[in-house]
Design a protein around this ligand. Structure first.
Ligand code: SF4
Length: 391
């Protein structure tokens, strides 16, 4: 089972390899560095490099692997440790964390995003249940780096066990609190979190920094704590596996899995497929993308889901896009999978154009789409495929 380390696991440009074919590398060893905005990439296994291309480095791992790793070099300060370790937003965004934490937010807020918004996914909540102290440490380090005054853990009340665990972990911390989120989708959106926790409204396209805040996923904060305290690079990922799988219909969590592992390994570990099955999706049910058995785990992979086969649909179809759901490209892909002919497309009525991009005006305050459905029907659609949160 080869390990495939993608050279772009972050927002920015692909990293530049600093190793050669045939070289033996150790788990934790730095193997690629940013060539612009990006984050360092380290080997997640000990083994031999067999292929390097513009997009990936392939390693044949030694038979015996351990959890040991080569530590990142000693750094002058915590921000440098985060940069050295290649920490990026693990919730899916992949923005380099050292860049995000480079903006001071004196007197502001560090918010740990534990919304676990997409159905089935549960690895962020499991992390809070099993190692809440790591997340709280990550918050403290982030506060120290940025000058934030308060830390919040944003979580839904439905996750009782995690809520109690993290509540205990921050009991002694006078400036860190647990805050409850509504049980809606997409409450994990940064703008919704800021609105729910601080009562402040960000305009479409505005970032939390505008409200003197930084929002980080809980796994990102874990990686921050590990980088600073254990000098551990980002080489492992937490993941949820679910869907048409024998032992994971309701989701099965695997913590600390080597990045670069082909996702088929997790499908097998979950008992294999339940037939009939459809496509494999990496990410959540709302925003995930089509993947293949050979697709590799990255620093931002969320879930590995196996769907039902697409229903067959040979009528004319209309598509409705939402900022927090499937993109129009993804909806077209699904329509194609069903054998349907796309005759018209539109977007949720709350979408507005900002800097040439469609953004949601009020995420989480999702309207009905009757008017949009009627307009699609006028254009010949006989059935509608909607990615909106409400319908
Ligand atoms: S208001 Fe519309 S675009 Fe915004 S999150 Fe809800 S359904 Fe999506």
């Amino acid at each position: 089972m080869n390990i495939k380390l993608m050279l772009k696991q972050h927002i920015g440009s692909p990293c530049k390899p600093i190793v050669e074919i045939g070289e033996i590398v150790n788990r934790g060893q730095l193997i690629a560095i940013p060539s612009g905005l990006g984050a360092r990439i380290h080997s997640s296994v000990t083994g031999k490099i067999t292929c390097i291309s513009d997009s990936e480095i392939i390693i044949i791992p030694d038979e015996n692997q351990t959890n040991e790793y080569i530590k990142i070099k000693k750094t002058q300060n915590h921000l440098e440790a985060i940069e050295e370790a290649g920490v990026v937003g693990a919730g899916g965004a992949g923005f380099p964390t050292y860049v995000k934490y480079s903006s001071p937010i004196k007197g502001g807020y560090i918010i740990a995003n534990a919304a676990e918004c997409e159905p089935i996914l549960n690895h962020n909540i499991r992390l809070l249940e099993e190692a809440p102290e790591l997340v709280v440490k990550g918050i403290k380090y982030a506060m120290g780096i940025t000058g934030a005054e308060k830390g919040y853990v944003a979580i839904k009340p439905i996750y009782k066990k995690a809520l109690i665990a993290v509540g205990r972990a921050c009991k002694e911390e006078s400036n860190i609190e647990v805050k409850l989120l509504s049980n809606i989708y997409p409450v994990g959106d940064e703008r919704v979190i800021i609105r729910e926790l601080l009562g402040k409204v960000l305009e479409p396209g505005q970032l939390p920094i505008k409200m003197n805040s930084i929002v980080s996923n809980v796994e990102t904060l874990k990686n921050v704590a590990l980088a600073i305290e254990h000098r551990k690079p980002v080489i492992d990922k937490d993941i949820t596996v679910g869907g048409r799988l024998l032992n994971a219909k309701r989701g099965c969590v695997f913590l600390n899995q080597p990045i670069g592992t082909p996702i088929k390994k997790f499908i097998d570990k979950s008992g294999g497929y339940v037939k009939p099955y459809g496509e494999i999706v990496v990410g959540g049910p709302f925003t995930g993308l089509k993947a293949y058995e050979t697709t590799a785990l990255t620093k931002t992979s969320g879930g590995i889901l196996v769907s039902m086969p697409f229903p067959s649909e040979n009528r004319k179809i209309g598509l409705i896009e939402c900022e927090c759901g499937a993109s129009i490209e993804r909806l077209n892909e699904i329509a194609l999978g069903m054998g349907a002919k796309v005759v018209a497309t539109t977007e949720c009525k709350r979408m507005v154009e900002v800097n040439g991009r469609s953004r949601c005006d009020k995420p989480g305050e999702c309207p009905g789409q009757a008017e949009k459905v009627l307009s699609l029907k006028k254009e010949g659609a006989e059935v509608i495929l909607s990615a909106t949160c409400e319908d």
